[in-house]
Design a protein around this ligand. Sequence first.
Ligand code: ADP
Length: 169
Amino acid sequence: ALAIPAAVCMLQEQEVHAAEMERTFIAIKPDGVQRGLIAEIISRFERKGFKLVAIKIVVPSKEFAQKHYHDLKERPFFDGLCDFLSSGPVIAMVWEGEGVIKYGRKLIGATDPQKSEPGTIRGDLAVVVGRNIIHGSDGPETAKDEINLWFKPDELMATKPLSREEIAN
Ligand code: ADP
């Protein structure tokens, strides 16, 4: 049989691993930014062991907020929610790691901070549902859609090794 050098095997494994690695969209909403909770929130994801692969600060337009929350457009709080999301700077992030979508939601806690467990971000740091400081994708499909809405592909860290062609260009 053809012997494949160990280094090549490792590279291939790494590539497969990177291609399958789960990612989620996390945003610190304007209230979290205004209250000075950026570092606190990022550090909880970092300490858990998840990896930050994209981050930017943006003030979304109301139209953009409506796109982000399109699933909720029939809800009575939709308009106020979109006004609020577009009222100031948001920290938009993509986090990567095994189980990051589901576990990210665990770190965040229940939607209503009165029902979030102590130890969660909302449980420890928020009081009312309309000011619950953080957003996290609720499943694989929304994670993909939200990452694509907020980020261009070249804003995401490449976690797989670059090909010869990419290095040359
Ligand atoms: P989550 O953010 O936990 O995924 P939802 O997708 O149900 O929760 O709702 C999106 C956001 O809408 C919530 O994070 C919260 O800011 C806001 N929201 C949800 N329910 C209410 C409500 N009853 N009144 C006001 N705002 C709400």
